[in-house]
Design a protein around this ligand. Structure first.
Ligand SMILES: [Ca+2]
Ligand SMILES: [Ca+2]
Ligand SMILES: [Ca+2]
Ligand SMILES: [Ca+2]
Length: 130
């Protein structure tokens, strides 16, 4: 779960350096900042794919190019894992992950401009109510 630790530290640094307003930074914003390689506050398809690949490599502990249920931990109980596992082999290949990300991208990009804005991401991943 390296990514979570990283996300948390980015949020902490931002909060510490930029005052109270950014203390409210959400997971969605952290995810956007991390994946937004060119810093335009929008995610292009290639930025999303690059981020997905980084996540894939980080999760693929044995480096065989497949995410097995044991490598994704709790996610394997997630219906999405089974859903994404197109060949029902019990593991996710790069192709399966890419296909899923492309489908997500299309679904999240509600105005169809080929970029995911923070607004679109917030709609797709609403912050949990406290
Ligand atoms: Ca960008
Ligand atoms: Ca693996
Ligand atoms: Ca599979
Ligand atoms: Ca858009």
């Amino acid at each position: 779960m390296k990514r979570h630790i990283l996300a948390a530290s980015v949020a902490a640094i931002l909060a510490a350096s930029s005052g109270a307003a950014l203390a409210q930074i959400t997971d969605v914003e952290v995810g956007l900042i991390q994946a937004d390689a060119n810093g335009d506050q929008m995610l292009s398809k290639s930025e999303v794919m690059l981020d997905a690949m980084k996540g894939f490599v980080a999760s693929d502990l044995d480096g065989d190019g497949l995410l097995e249920a044991t490598e994704v931990g709790d996610l394997s109980a997630d219906p999405e894992f089974t859903d994404n596992d197109a060949d029902k082999g019990g593991s996710l290949s790069v192709e399966e992950v890419v296909e899923e990300k492309l489908a997500d991208f299309k679904a999240i990009d509600t105005d169809g401009d080929g970029f995911l804005s923070l607004e679109e991401l917030n709609v797709a991943y609403p912050a949990p109510k406290e």
